[in-house]
Design a protein around this ligand. Sequence first.
Ligand code: 4NP
Length: 153
Amino acid sequence: MVKHIVFVCLGNICRSPLAEALFKDQVKLKGLEDHYFIDSCGTNGFHNGEAADPRTRANAAEHGIDVTSISRQLTLGDIMDADFVITMARDVHDQVIRFCRNEEQREKVHLFRRFDPEDPNSDVPDPWYNDKFEEVFQIIERNTQIWLQQVEG
Ligand code: 4NP
């Protein structure tokens, strides 16, 4: 069974596209590409159709990571189709939970940093506002590794 994971942030141009790219990279390193469908989207549609923020792409490229996703807004289909809907921050999490139609859908929704030993359940800070692209990269890289272990375990 292919596991379907969708990462969600606000604009789908900074945090969730990077989580998508880093999770895909981890999956590839482990030779598990056939076992996963990995995607991302945003709760607002402000940047629909746009590539990820150039600063996110440039920072990721310094680590050899290609961020290729195109921004799009969350749909109910994302939640129905996914096994894991992973939210990058509490505000996004609350929006997604409110968007869900039933308990089965709500049970799929998880905070990205729920397992982070450094600061569990905290938000991934939004680099769109604070410019901390490298700090955000480190947080997202660490937590995508943890998530892959959790899902595989
Ligand atoms: P993201 O960052 O949610 O990590 O993609 C943001 C990008 C754009 C906006 C908000 C957050 N915006 O409001 O335009």
